[in-house]
Design a protein. Structure first.
Length: 466
């Protein structure tokens, strides 16, 4: 690779990915995984946030060792899944970290939904979010119920804590704090502050993700393996980072296909009237809307499903004759290789209609009509009907498309249908997944961004600031 390079670090729900990007656009990637990050397996409270960050930095240091010569990396940008509940005071974590997968009490969900609904309708908050989601206001309310008032603290996200450990500086970006900060992108609406109950807890140093958070300090170099003095960007959430690696401003449909999935359309211009129409459409349909930050981050309409790679990893090992006796990454690799060999030519859509229905959102539904109590899976047992593994596999893969269809329909008024669907993420590397979408989406599929679009987007953000 041609130096200097930038490093994107993506702390995801199943692994931490590292992506190097050089001046010629060449990339190199590494990753490592652990159950500490996985929904359903990780703890509901990380009472000592350093338990998580120490593990992350140990993995980063191990990956960098022998991979990158000292001084080769000029700038680092970190992105992470979210949102989590985390406070810092006097430059240190204050209280536990409530991770993004943790259960949120029903009374908190109900109160947050009512308040966010009001603040969204009157445009105090510009973003349009599913009001019953696990957003930052609800997480902070949970912390208030545990800790009481914490005046003088500020709320950040996991990637901000990692930046703090590298640079000694507290900062964040508007999209990572969406739902908590108001339409000005910098302050908390007083109605939210009163309900949360932490006291005067305010955002600190909110800026463009490309802005420098600082430079790696001596202690930051010790924990991370990065060179002291390396520049560190503020960074952003993983969804925004993925869009940076996928979007070309042509209003085509974007499909981020990872453990879960997103469909999105990015605004083609910066005109206020276009953004106002998109926001109004989100309110009418149940889509989500993120406002424009700068020309680098236009407004976006989107929604997500609770299906994707996680569904395949759960269901494929249950198919007849699937590989058994192996765990984690080995199981994933063997199952996908077996699946590709076994599935062969896709069935016709008429053949699929004759098979039992498969709901790919197995536990909980997101999208336009979210329902945390939703239970999916097979409508009837396909084994009792004698359906072979090949057809079961194809029906599962098409179930992922079924889950996306209501979102695709809602996005059509803002989609250039002649543009190919731009797809990125781990699922974009699985042949049958692409073939099923090509059968259903007439505009075709274009693979962009690779298997790690968020990490690549972070590396590109770091380079765009140079």
């Amino acid at each position: 690779m041609e130096e200097p390079v930038t490093l994107g670090i993506d702390v995801g729900s199943s692994a931490v990915k590292l992506v190097l990007l050089d001046v010629e656009g060449n990339i190199d990637m590494r990753s490592f995984a652990d159950d500490l990050l996985k929904p359903g397996k990780g703890p509901e409270r990380i009472h000592r946030p350093a338990t998580l960050t120490d593990w992350i930095w140990e993995g980063v240091k191990e990956q960098l060792r022998g991979w990158i010569p000292p001084g080769y990396i000029q700038r680092v940008c970190i992105t992470a899944h979210g949102q989590s509940g985390l406070l810092v005071m006097d430059g240190k974590p204050h209280g536990p970290l409530i991770p993004w997968w943790a259960w949120m009490p029903k009374e908190v969900v109900d109160e947050q939904a009512e308040l966010l609904g009001t603040l969204t309708r009157d445009r105090t908050i510009e973003a349009v979010l599913p009001p019953r989601g696990s957003w930052l206001p609800g997480r902070l309310r949970q912390l208030a119920l545990e800790l009481g008032r914490c005046p003088g603290a500020t709320a950040i996200q996991l990637k901000d804590l990692l930046n703090l450990q590298l640079t000694g500086n507290v900062c964040s970006d508007p999209r990572s704090l969406r739902g908590w900060i108001g339409g000005d992108g910098a302050t908390v609406p007083p109605q939210l502050e009163r309900w949360i109950g932490l006291g005067e807890v305010t955002p600190e140093n909110i800026s463009d993700p490309r802005t420098l958070a600082g430079h790696v300090t001596r202690s930051g170099a010790h924990i991370s393996g990065l060179e002291m003095g390396t520049e560190v960007c503020i960074g952003c959430d993983d969804f925004t980072a993925a869009l940076v690696s996928m979007d070309e401003g042509n209003r085509g449909l974007l499909n981020l296909a990872t453990t879960s999935e997103h469909l999105a359309v990015v605004a083609s211009g910066s005109e206020p009237h276009e953004r106002a129409r998109m926001r109004s459409h989100a309110l009418k349909t149940g889509l989500s809307y993120l406002p424009r930050m700068t020309d680098q981050y236009p407004a976006v309409l989107y929604s997500s499903t609770n299906s994707g790679g996680g569904t395949l990893l759960r269901m494929f090992p249950q198919l007849p004759d699937a590989p058994t006796g192996v765990q984690n990454q080995a199981l994933r690799t063997l199952t996908l290789l077996w699946l590709t060999d076994e599935m062969g030519e896709p069935p016709t859509l008429e053949e699929l209609e004759s098979l039992p229905r498969f709901d790919a959102e197995i536990e909980g539904r997101r999208g336009l009509e979210p329902d945390p109590d939703h239970i999916g899976g097979w409508e009837t047992d396909p084994n009792e009907s004698g359906i072979d593994a090949r057809l079961q596999g194809w029906r599962i893969v098409h179930g992922l498309v079924d889950a996306l269809e209501p979102i695709r329909e809602a996005l059509k008024p803002y989609t250039q249908e002649r543009r190919m669907v731009r797809m990125a993420g781990g699922l974009a590397m699985v042949g049958p997944v692409i073939e099923a979408r090509a059968q259903r989406w007439p505009q075709g599929i274009e693979l962009v961004g690779g298997a790690e679009p968020s990490g690549l987007g972070a590396a590109r953000l770091a380079r765009s600031g140079l």
